[in-house]
Design a protein around this ligand. Structure first.
Ligand code: SF4
Ligand code: SF4
Length: 143
């Protein structure tokens, strides 16, 4: 509620610089106004890179990055997770990698004599994610 909408967070945000839609100031404003569904359903909420520049620069000591993280957690609890992140998370759970490495690329590595890619420790990842209810939220559909 301390935010007076000066826009410093947005003008210094490295993601906002390359996006026409991502505006941390706007997210904070929606939260101030209690626009719960609008903010939790917003795909842009997920673009924050958690660099904390906004928090460091805010003249009102608003912990912008932390507010965004909390909003994302609330969105995940509701099952509002953009498809692209669901797929990324599934890939991490299955392979340990955020992106599935195509078979074609693995074969290409072999023909070039490159060593096999290290395997991700999927069991260890799953164990950590169970502790923060991540798996439960991932399976949840939007409500
Ligand atoms: S959160 Fe801080 S930096 Fe961002 S608009 Fe509000 S007062 Fe300005
Ligand atoms: S923490 Fe997120 S909102 Fe803040 S400056 Fe970094 S990317 Fe932008």
């Amino acid at each position: 509620m301390r935010c007076f909408q000066c826009g410093t967070c947005t003008s210094d945000c490295p993601i906002a610089r390359f996006s026409d839609t991502y505006r941390p100031r706007q997210i904070i404003r929606m939260a101030q106004l209690g626009l719960r569904d609008r903010v939790l359903n917003s795909d842009t909420l997920w673009l924050c890179a958690a660099c904390f520049t906004c928090t460091d620069r805010c003249p009102q000591d608003v912990e912008v990055a932390s507010v965004i993280r909390v909003l994302r957690n609330l969105a995940a609890e509701k099952g509002c997770i953009p498809q692209v992140f669901r797929e990324e998370a599934s890939s991490i759970l299955e392979t340990g990698y955020a992106y599935r490495i195509p078979d074609l690329r693995i074969k290409k590595r072999e023909t070039l004599g490159l060593p096999p890619l290290p395997k991700g420790n999927v069991e260890s990842i799953k164990k950590s994610l169970r502790g923060v209810s991540f798996l439960k939220h991932l399976e949840k559909k939007e409500n």
